[in-house]
Ligand binder design. Structure first.
Ligand code: UDP
Length: 366
């Protein structure tokens, strides 16, 4: 007989939703987590009374009413709307690409003028059917915006030239011909008051969780502890990289407490010039309209993932997707194991999509 119905590997958002739902359905669950804290990469920690997003900024946004209502059980969300700015060689631009950006770039005022400018630049570039991120970006917003706001940032974030990256990465960002700086098109948006860690704590409050436990070590002595395993770690690592290693991007943060009340006037400031070594600076208090005397900022440096680092972003280019397909086949054949989350399914998921996927998976299991 098994001691648990489910062993859930990873206490991030996917694992926590699965554990919560399975437990609610009467299944006995054990969650193990390699790090010494829960919440995965949405983990937040209080510094100077400010919720600091330790593994990068997370803004919850969704158009899925069911997912939004689901999340309300675990936290109250504030009214934060993400409106990052981009700085290129001292020039300041609004994001995402909208009439404010077009005005700042070209001095145009009307949507027609902006469209005309973009059309002219697309025509000059000769692109008809965009095949990579560079061509896709120019097709959406023209060459000037591509060169000042996309090219350098993207190459820093992905460590690859834009001609070798898939188009879908840039299609994540809205392009609109209205004066609207909301980074997302989604119907619902906000940051959980009290922080993400508290939210995950609430999801897991009825469940046995062991942190600081590495699955591969644990497995050696607990081979048959649970009937089924939900694995949210790296799919290639699960199979001991036997088909080769998938590539991931990692992020390094330099976090500082500053003795000033307001450092940059915005939560997110992107530095789009390739020569600035970091991709963005996050000033955490602005996610919650903080009025503390001090502030906490994090400079974000993007780097290639190597063993021992935390993986953040799957590199969904052709080469990696080919390899992932093979791992996916293995994963499907792996009896009693379900793979999920950003790492388990090697997918550039937003949080709402993670919740959606977990809820769907639970439905299948029950
Ligand atoms: N991007 C860009 N310039 C920016 C912000 C984003 O070129 O100032 C591009 C870049 O290629 C990035 C993609 O848009 O990888 C998606 O950005 P998003 O903000 O969605 O990235 P995330 O928040 O997931 O790190």
């Amino acid at each position: 007989m098994y001691k648990y119905d489910y062993l859930i590997v990873g206490a991030g958002l996917y694992g926590a939703v699965m554990a919560h739902e399975l437990n609610k359905a009467g299944k006995k669950c054990l969650v193990i987590e390699k790090r010494n804290h829960i919440a995965g990469n949405i983990y937040s920690e209080e510094i100077e009374k400010i919720q600091v997003h330790k593994y990068g900024a997370h803004i919850f946004h969704t158009s899925n009413q069911k997912v939004w209502e689901y999340m309300q059980q675990f936290a109250t969300f504030n009214q934060y709307i993400n409106s990052p700015i981009a700085i290129y060689k001292g020039e300041v631009y609004n994001l995402p690409f909208n009439m404010n950006t077009f005005h700042e770039m070209w001095g145009v005022q009307t949507p027609d003028e902006a469209k005309c400018m973009i059309q002219k630049q697309i025509k000059e570039s000769g692109i008809t059917n965009p095949k990579n991120l560079e061509e896709q970006a120019i097709s959406l917003v023209g060459k000037d915006i591509y060169e000042k706001l996309i090219q350098g940032y993207t190459q820093k974030q992905w460590g690859r030239v834009c001609t070798e990256l898939p188009t879908f990465i840039i299609k994540r960002l809205p392009v609109r011909f209205t004066y609207d700086n909301n980074y997302f098109n989604d119907r619902y948006q906000g940051i959980p008051i009290g922080g993400y860690t508290k939210l995950i704590e609430k999801m897991l409050d009825q469940i046995e969780v062991r942190t600081g436990v590495d699955f591969f070590e644990f497995q050696k002595n607990n081979d048959s502890i649970a009937e089924k395993i939900i694995f949210t770690g790296m799919v290639d690592q699960y199979f001991n990289y036997k088909l080769g290693a998938l590539e991931y991007r990692s992020v390094r943060f330099e976090t500082e407490v500053l003795d000033c009340e307001n450092y940059q006037g915005n939560a997110v400031v992107n530095y789009t010039d390739a020569k600035v070594p970091y991709t963005r600076i996050i000033e955490h208090k602005h996610f919650e309209y903080g009025t503390q005397e001090k502030t906490v900022i994090s400079k974000e440096y993007s780097l290639e993932w190597k063993k021992g680092m935390e993986p953040y972003y799957p590199v969904n280019d052709d080469k990696n997707m080919q390899l992932y397909k093979k791992y996916k086949k293995l994963a499907e054949q792996e009896e009693g194991v379900i793979f999920g989350g950003r790492l388990g399914s090697y997918k550039y998921y937003d949080m709402d999509k993670v919740v959606e996927a977990a809820l769907e998976q639970v439905e299948k299991l029950l």
